[in-house]
Design a protein around this ligand. Sequence first.
Ligand code: FAD
Ligand code: NAI
Length: 468
Amino acid sequence: MSSYDVAVIGSGPGGYVAAIRCAQLGMKTAIIEKYATLGGTCLNVGCIPSKALLDSSHHYEDAIKHFDTHGIEIPGEVKVNLEKMISRKQAVVDQTTGGIDFLMKKNKIDVFQGIGSFKDATNINITKEDGTVEAIQAKNTIIATGSKPSSLPFIKIDKERVITSTEALKLKEVPKHMIVIGGGVIGLELGQVYKRLGAEVTVVEYLDRIIPGMDGACSKELTKVLKKQKIKFALSHKVKSVERNGNEVVVKADNKKGEEVTFTGDYCLVAVGRHAYTDGLNLEAAGIKQEERGRVAVNEHLQTNVSNIYAIGDVIKGAMLAHKAEEEGTLVAEILAGQKPHIDYNLIPGVVYTWPEVAAVGKTEEQLKEAGVAYKVGQFPMRALGRARASMDIDGFVKIIADKNTDEVLGVHMVGARVADLISEAVVAMEFRASAEDIARMSHAHPTYAEAVKEAALAATEDRPIHI
Ligand code: FAD
Ligand code: NAI
């Protein structure tokens, strides 16, 4: 039987990064993945394919709506070839997952394809597709089995018309009317893809605002812009039934007043969150405890109640984000190597890849209010930037929240073009505990979107932005 210093179960961004870091640190490492391709949710049916479709649909929208303003005329009709768009997306996915195969080989990590399940705390069975079982031994195991889409108890996901994000990434036609349940990240990103491609899109959200975890100002701005793009919103609507009749899907919800509202479409995307995935792991055999919503319970070192077994990523508490899973993979590997790594969870940025993008790090204004922290806010609109006017991406703002007494930056919230990339400046600044004045006094290249960060910092420091 092969034996390893570390076995990683699951090859998503948490698992494959953990495996690479373990191997870099000299540990004999195995990775177990039940699917034929490595990369997990993120690379196969998450981050990468959704961004590929966002990019393709963005190009289409530019061609039909914005090229003309830029003085670019296209003779004849611009058409969507959905099949080609989806196959380009798949090519991007294949290239990216293939890259993980290469990285496993490069780092001499043994890859096992099959379902990993505990026999006990140091023995793992791997059940292959043909039913055969291979057993390995591992001194330490890292559980990185990720998450699956959640649904509502009364919804039957038929994967044809009533779908999750996984199916929405490979539709064969552009829906006429896509009803999206859930105004969170998936609902808005994929809703925008199909809106751009010509679908009518209605987002039915239980709460009174979209992207509820983010700063209220971002929710408001994104709602305003998406409404301009003709996405419809039914906020404060509690969905109570979803029924499919042939090619039609009927969603019924109660609005704030308790009145029943009916939405009829041809597709319903259910995007109400995701839950930890531990099916088939046989956690009981190793005596591993779970907490609420099926998550694997871990301490601050991401160690389970069984001392040689750790867990990372979507399968444990915290934000369900690829970069959070990656940091946790690195952390566990370094702990196993005897190092003392640390993650500042407050500084894990969150991004929504709609256009305009939304990006944030640190505390929201709502969180600071609730905690009773005295703060000040500096905000700068994108439309006041020369760069934004040149590209005509004028929606959005940068908002910097700083401590009222010390000027330390406590949170940065952005809506606008390329803010997914701009947020890194805020992360660096906050990692080094910068004050708003520190950012305000740094030179930012002109003309860039990044100038909005400097201006917002100037506004937060002394209420003296230059360009408004
Ligand atoms: P996963 O990526 O879920 O990987 C777990 C792996 O474990 C899977 O491959 C699974 O097959 C395997 N596995 C499970 N059980 C077993 C077993 N018993 N044996 C063997 N293998 C097993 N996050 C971002 O940060 N940015 C984004 O832009 C983004 N976009 C997203 C878009 C969509 C549509 C979705 C659905 C998610 C998106 N996410 C995004 C979230 C991101 O995909 C997850 O946070 C991330 O993949 C979590 O990584 P993980 O390693 O914990 O688990
Ligand atoms: P989410 O948690 O972002 O949003 C779910 C939304 O559904 C919330 O607004 C919630 O209020 C709403 N909701 C819940 N129950 C409802 C009901 N009964 N009726 C109507 N609305 C209801 O979850 P989502 O969008 O499914 O994404 C899952 C995870 O994937 C997220 O945690 C996110 O972190 C990750 N992800 C990250 C992306 C990124 O980083 N850009 C992109 C896509 C997903």
